[in-house]
Design a protein around this ligand. Structure first.
Ligand SMILES: Cc1cc2nc3c(=O)[nH]c(=O)nc-3n(C[C@H](O)[C@H](O)[C@H](O)COP(=O)(O)O)c2cc1C
Ligand code: SF4
Length: 419
């Protein structure tokens, strides 16, 4: 199949400008600067139907069109490379193998929304992706793709690299903005949405690395061509990061709607010898877990996964095998979300920590039956009651683990002492 995102992966020195240009790189930018208006660029991206790949799946072209152009304020682009969702490792490989594809997409986006500054926010723990991006940005400035009067068009774009300090919450768009502004990575209440009031109170578009990296292909080939991949409501291709005990884990680019079973059994080579598939978390740790038999029936697009009771999310597919204990996995997740809560909202700050303590108790064989109800009650008090979705990112695992694997939790409950 056509590879929209991964065509250069595996080429020698794929991260260098010379390799990118030799494969036709920056031709989309030249096409745009050669005579497409910002509105025409937005129309093409809208026509492609590409949806944000950071997790929420919001149509990119539509988001760009929300930017008000008459406020007199500067407009900013924020590129979200914070990628900290457990199970997700796709953006880092775009940055490692094809950083210029992202830079080209980001320049085109900035032109379309009329931003003159792009903030590239990268996860603090990323080392090779960071070094490759720094080098690629330097190359792009030197070649006249970034900076003043890009390709003689009169359009200027500055590109600032901002390294995070290791907080998961800085991947949430308004937390990222707070961090870019120099404050703590604390999310803000929406609305107003960043497209209207974002960084420094100015209109700001935030897009995920994978979303922006698709843009050069769309401009080169047209939105209609992109729509040929995928399904009606989930067009295009998507990177799926497969981890766990499969024979060939890694990142796979598939057309949306691709059967999960085919990806797992054919592309990934099936389970490693001696391991049986037990469950799958299809979209990063924040989405509901699916028992194996259900997961194997779904197609990988936003609608099909949702209809089966989970979410495609970031495409971080965590494969759980028969040796793994579900209460222990949920305890690890609760620990993660409790550690990463920014602490602004009481239900999240207290609820994630409380859920973690209850799960620890259960895993140590000291839980009671009432603790299972307590977990669900804590989840109920967190759901929808907070500034951002971090709290719900634990609610969904709690509910789905207890719905599908309650017997494993009950098996750890100590015998109740009769009154
Ligand atoms: C707790 C939390 C963490 C997030 N982390 C990331 C992240 O690391 N990278 C990302 O692109 N989006 C992340 N998001 C989603 C962003 O808020 C936002 O929806 C996304 O960057 C928008 O880009 P897109 O429309 O291209 O997907 C996170 C959301 C939440 C609630
Ligand atoms: S839900 Fe949690 S992480 Fe999000 S703003 Fe509230 S306390 Fe912070």
């Amino acid at each position: 199949m056509t590879k929209v995102l991964t065509g250069n992966w595996g080429k020698k020195d794929s991260h260098l400008l010379a390799t990118y240009e030799a494969g036709g790189g920056y031709s989309a930018l030249k096409k745009v600067m050669g005579g497409l208006s910002p509105a025409q660029v937005i129309d093409e991206v809208k026509a492609s139907g590409v949806r944000g790949r950071g997790g929420a799946g919001f149509p990119a072209g539509m988001k760009w069109s929300f930017v008000p152009q008459n406020t007199g304020k500067p407009i900013y682009l924020c590129i979200n490379a914070d990628e900290s969702e457990p199970g997700t490792c796709k953006d880092r490989q775009i940055l490692e193998f094809d950083p210029h594809m992202l830079i080209e997409g980001a320049i085109i986006c900035a032109y379309a929304i009329r931003a003159k500054i792009a903030f590239f926010y990268i996860r603090g723990e990323f080392d090779l992706p960071y070094r490759r991006m720094v080098k690629a940005v330097e190359e792009a400035f030197a070649a006249g793709y970034l900076g003043k009067n890009i390709l003689g068009s009169g359009f200027d774009l500055d590109f600032l690299i901002h390294k995070g300090a290791g907080a998961y919450i800085c991947g949430e768009e308004t937390g990222l903005i707070s961090s870019v502004e120099g404050g703590r990575g604390e999310p803000k209440v929406k609305p107003p949405f960043p497209a209207v009031k974002g960084a420094f109170g100015c209109p700001t578009i935030i897009n995920n690395v994978e979303t922006l990296a698709t843009v050069p292909w769309i401009i080169n080939n047209g939105g209609a061509a992109y729509k040929q991949f995928g399904t009606e409501k989930s067009p295009g291709t998507k990177l799926i990061s497969v981890s766990g005990r499969v024979k060939r884990p890694g990142n796979y680019e598939v057309p949306l709607g691709y059967p999960l079973q085919k990806l797992l059994l054919e592309d990934c080579g099936g389970m490693q010898d001696g391991y049986e598939l037990k469950a799958i978390i299809p979209g990063g740790s924040s989405v509901p877990v699916m028992p194996a038999e259900k997961a194997l029936t779904v197609n990988l697009d936003y609608e099909s996964v949702a209809a089966a009771g989970s979410l495609l999310g970031s495409g971080g597919m965590i494969i759980i095998d028969h040796t793994q204990k579900m209460p222990e996995l949920l305890e690890i997740l609760a620990h993660f979300y409790s550690h990463e809560s920014c602490g602004q909202c009481t239900p999240c700050r207290e609820g994630t920590g409380w859920a973690h303590r209850v799960l620890k108790k259960i895993c140590h064989g000291e839980g009671t039956k009432a603790d299972l109800d307590l977990l669900l009650s804590i989840a109920g008090q967190m759901s929808g009651a907070t500034i951002c979705f971090l709290a719900d990112s634990l609610v969904m695992p709690i509910r789905s683990f207890l719905t599908h694997f309650r017997a494993e939790f009950e098996a750890l409950i100590k015998a109740e002492v009769p009154a």
